[in-house]
Design a protein around this ligand. Structure first.
Ligand code: ATP
Ligand code: MG
Length: 338
């Protein structure tokens, strides 16, 4: 079993990323059987598909590395690296560009969403983004790829690319493994603190809409206190949360952080107003995030340690990826010396 997943270093990690994705990465890392491997990478090459500020991308890549380690990704057990230090990602993408079809990419909804009305002005990288994503996982013969709902379509494309390449150039051999998606069962979808119908997001212009892993205790308390709610007390039963998106979100966060079920949380807090529930939630957040924040603050100042983690991860990633890259070059008939 080989698990491969990535995250774009744009902005800083928030509670939604942690509860929806990173916590599951850590659980996977911690539950792997002998011989299984996890590769987690910072998708810095993907980040240049949108207009970006180079200094910010540089800082965010290092900061996100510190955040992942603080969350529990252990560079001694998992392979943690950034794409830019493993040239095989870009090389394999070019090779796969020969196999991916325009029609397949034209169907990708992320390109339509992210390019919006300005299709002609979008970067070519934004269009071919899913091919780089295919290279990211096929390079390592990934068997399992944890993905959110939003990324399922891209993984499907990676499987199509792998299958066509194997058929067209494999000569009866499987050059690439077809990866399976894992949609983690316990993954919570965390919504914005300002609007319970929108997901918590790095790119939301309002910082009050999210809890960042870099927020201090006072900021967390302030954001929870100011979170949008309705005037009703909490219901005692889950059905009472219907049509109350903000209340549901705060209860979901409480349940996820405390490891309790939503009905258990409501059994405890049903009938109470937000004046009582919010301070309890803020305390729980601070208590849950404190060890992560402490480690994050310490590590993000240690540039040498971060460089070393990424360099070591990239070295291991290259070792695993290069035989597959070589096999792809050979299968295509490209001459590379002997
Ligand atoms: P952006 O606004 O730049 O798209 P984002 O906040 O959506 O940023 P991503 O880098 O796109 O974050 O996603 C990283 C991972 O976190 C993905 O696995 C994604 O499914 C997960 N994730 C993002 N937002 C949430 C959320 N609000 N709740 C649960 N999981 C989330
Ligand atoms: Mg996103």
């Amino acid at each position: 079993m080989r698990v491969v997943s990535g995250i774009q270093p744009t902005g800083s990690l928030h509670l939604g990323n942690y509860l929806g994705a990173i916590r599951n990465w850590v659980a996977m890392q911690d539950s792997l059987e002998e011989g299984a491997e996890c590769l987690f990478f910072l998708a810095d090459l993907h980040a240049i598909s949108m207009p970006h500020n180079p200094a910010e991308l540089h800082a965010a890549t290092l900061e996100m590395t510190a955040a992942l380690v603080a969350c529990g990704i252990d560079p001694a057990r998992s392979i943690l690296f950034n794409q830019a230090q493993v040239p095989a990602h870009s090389e394999l993408q070019w090779l796969l560009n020969g196999t991916a079809r325009m029609g397949w990419l034209n169907r990708m909804t992320q390109f339509k969403d992210k390019s919006g009305k300005n299709r002609e002005g979008a970067s070519v990288a934004l269009f071919t983004y899913p091919v780089l994503q295919a290279a990211d996982v096929l390079l390592y013969q990934a068997t399992h790829v944890p993905v959110g709902e939003d990324q399922k379509q891209h993984l499907e494309l990676a499987r199509d690319v792998a299958q066509k390449f194997n058929n067209d150039f494999g000569n009866g051999e499987e050059i690439f493994t077809l990866p399976e998606p894992i949609i983690p069962p316990g993954a919570a979808r965390i919504m914005s603190l300002r609007d319970g119908t929108k997901k918590m997001s790095k790119s939301d212009p309002s910082d009050m809409s999210r809890i960042n892993l870099s927020d201090d205790i006072e900021t967390i308390s302030k954001k929870v206190k100011k979170a949008k709610t309705d005037p009703e007390p909490l219901p005692s039963e889950e059905a009472g949360l219907e049509d109350r998106a903000e209340a549901r979100n705060l209860v979901t966060i409480f349940a996820t952080l405390s490891g309790k079920s939503v009905p258990d949380v409501l059994a405890e807090y049903g009938g109470q107003g937000f004046g009582q529930f919010k301070p309890a939630l803020a305390d729980l957040m601070v208590e849950s995030l404190r060890p992560i924040v402490t480690k994050f603050v310490e590590l993000k100042q240690d540039r040498e340690a971060l460089d070393a983690i990424l360099a070591r991860g990239a070295l291991k990633a290259r070792e695993i990826g290069v035989p597959t890259l070589d096999a792809a070059y050979n299968a295509l008939g490209l001459v590379r010396g002997r």
